[in-house]
Design a binder for this molecule. Sequence first.
Ligand code: CP
Length: 330
Amino acid sequence: MRTDMRGKDFVTLMDYTGEEIQTILDVAFDLKRQNAMGAEHELLKNKTLGMIFAQPSTRTRVSFETGMTQLGGHAQYYSEDNMQRKNKETWDDTGLVLSRYLDALMVRLYDLEKYGMARDIMNQIRAATTIPVINGLDDKEHPCQCMGDLMTIQEKLGTGWKKKKIVMSWAYSDRVKSPGVPQAMLLACSLLGADLTLAYPKGYELDEEYMAFADSAYQKSGGKLSITNDIYEASTDADVIYAKSWGSTRGMDKAEDKEYRKQFEKDWCISDKHFSLAKPVSYYMHPLPAARGEEVTDELIDGPHSIVYDQAENRLHAQKAILALLMKKK
Ligand code: CP
């Protein structure tokens, strides 16, 4: 168990080891149990988390705010529009000043002109601040979502990461979404040595940097990565099908992407047809919000395979673990 994460940023799982990821999960389960028993766990009394949302959020905002309250601290919400960012105060000055008041800063930022621009700003904020910076979804990664997802998979399937077929799949949606979830899952699975199948139509390959990191991590962890462009092949014998839409990381602009993806609408709307190929006990995952009727059928997301609300709940417990480890008192 590797517990010394105090003061670290949580922007990319590339900065964490498999052992550290497993430690965060262990702490998350501990906090979930304490919460279930009504035990006080005010580990961050008098600490303040700032949260900048340049994009809307339901789960991330509410789970972080609630998590800080349960840990005895406080969370503050800012949108880019109600800060002096609106009058073009620089990200450097914003980050530097906020780190004089706060104990940690969460940032959500994506959907800028070009893929990668949000991560560049996230790194700029990291450099300007002296407090932990937590990525609440940028254009490359959604590491907090991923920790809640891993917790949910562990609850359902245990920690035998090498023995279960986890499928991380593209799904159709008219909306072009961030590849943050699949890229975080790729990193986490490679570090934990999980059996991961990536499924997507040609054109939705993940970022080369993430693929290279995963290849190298898999060599050390001994897990297995498979890639297919056939969603039915991917679904066969799956334990988990985690399917969501994402946009091109390799140059297609939004308008081109919206047009190109239309041909995949029928086969990549995940339904009971896909789950008829999966293992009898198998799970459907989605980070929400889901594009019902596009990414997934109502029957599937509301049916017995679906664990999407467990995922949403586990955001709270997993993020509390991240906050407790990064912000703990000396
Ligand atoms: N999954 C997720 O990040 O949800 P929100 O956009 O509602 O925060």
